[in-house]
Design a binder for this molecule. Structure first.
Ligand SMILES: C[S@@+](CC[C@H](N)C(=O)[O-])C[C@H]1O[C@@H](n2cnc3c(N)ncnc32)[C@H](O)[C@@H]1O
Length: 192
């Protein structure tokens, strides 16, 4: 587990958060579109979705645009990022559908089995403690739900893949498709 200083460096705050907020609009919109499309294809009507390490909330905005029946939450340990996400969701008139909270993946402020899908984009390489983060995401996922991790090839930590494989039974973990030029995807299905 990283020390406090390392952990703090993984949380994007202040000018870094503002820079990232602007950058995503230009360079990552393809990823949000692809990820939202794939996740929503398998999410039933009225489904609840959690975005882990939501940053400026671009994935939630994309989800909100595509499906007005979906509700859920987004978490990030950076208060600045949660501020950017609030602003973007409000501009998309979707702030009443997604509960945004300041929290890390390792300690999710939600009840067991409270989401139908748990998703992250470009965040898994920031998780301070992959075992705790994966354990928490599995805990809040309902039986029959899906956990999706999208991250950049090369930076996605093998510890996250190892933890997912250890926590979900054989056959429940797959790498169905690669999205975009530089992203990897792991999908896990929690048995119903
Ligand atoms: C590269 S950004 C990705 C943000 C967003 N998901 C996207 O795709 O644009 C990584 C995010 O992970 C957040 N983060 C850092 N440590 C984290 C942790 N332990 N748990 C969850 N998120 C974390 C950062 O604050 C940052 O907002």
């Amino acid at each position: 587990m990283p020390d406090r200083g390392q952990r703090d460096r993984m949380v994007l705050v202040g000018a870094h958060a503002a820079w990232y907020d602007r950058l995503t609009t230009r360079v990552a919109s393809l990823l949000y579109r692809a990820a939202a499309g794939q996740v929503l294809d398998e999410l039933a009507r009225g489904g609840r979705l959690l975005d882990v390490g939501t940053g400026p909330g671009q994935l939630l905005v994309e989800v909100a645009r595509r499906r007005t029946d979906v509700t859920g939450a987004g978490i990030d340990p950076s208060a600045d990022m949660i501020g950017h996400a609030r602003r973007r969701l409000a501009a998309a008139a979707a702030d009443d559908r997604f509960d945004l909270q300041i929290a890390g993946a390792e300690d999710l402020p939600f009840a067991d089995a409270s989401f139908d899908a748990v998703v992250s984009t470009l965040s898994s390489h920031h998780w301070a403690d992959p075992a705790a983060a994966v354990g928490e995401q599995a805990r809040v996922l309902r039986p029959g739900g899906q956990l999706w991790v999208f991250d950049l090839r090369g930076v996605a930590p093998s510890a996250v893949a190892r933890e997912l494989t250890a926590r979900f039974p054989a056959g429940a973990v797959s790498r169905p498709r690669v999205h975009g030029p530089a992203s990897v995807l792991i999908r896990c299905h929690r048995a119903g």
